[in-house]
Design a protein around this ligand. Structure first.
Ligand code: NI
Length: 140
């Protein structure tokens, strides 16, 4: 059944909107609203998947961030130290003057793994965070 639609106003950085418009044009969406609805559905699905992450897990948390964002590097280090028992290793490359890419290799209770990813996602200056996990012993 067709749901009633609610209008919302959203403020976005211009380059983010340009990038989004480019993608929805390429993918053939008939309107920006349709693209946004689809993006929100993906976001909801991703979080639904994340909420099911529990039990022993091994995985990666990859992220891209702007290291010139005030306080961000310290906040990231705080998170990494707080969860040092599950963050087993990390890789870091400097991808441009300001941007860094980092991958954390994690193993431990899924709920804790998820907590690390969620904490990082909320930090200002973090542009992209992706969590992937496997269940040790069920690698097939
Ligand atoms: Ni760097």
């Amino acid at each position: 059944m067709e749901q009633e639609l609610t209008r919302i106003g959203v403020s976005l950085p211009e380059n983010l909107l340009e990038k989004f418009d480019e993608i929805i044009t390429k993918r053939g969406y008939s309107s920006r609203s349709e693209g946004i609805r689809d993006a929100i559905r993906s976001y909801i699905r991703y979080y639904a998947w994340m909420s099911e992450v529990e039990g022993e897990r091994a995985g990666t948390i990859s992220m891209v961030y702007d290291h010139s964002q005030r306080g961000l590097v310290n906040s990231l280090l705080d998170v990494e130290h707080e969860f040092s028992s599950i963050i087993r290793s990390s890789l870091h490359i400097h991808i441009s003057h300001d941007m860094c890419m980092e991958v954390l290799l994690v193993m431990g209770e899924g709920k804790e793994v998820k907590k690390v990813a969620e904490k990082i996602m909320t930090l200002r200056g973090v542009k992209h965070v992706k969590l992937t996990t496997i269940i040790p012993g069920e690698e097939i």
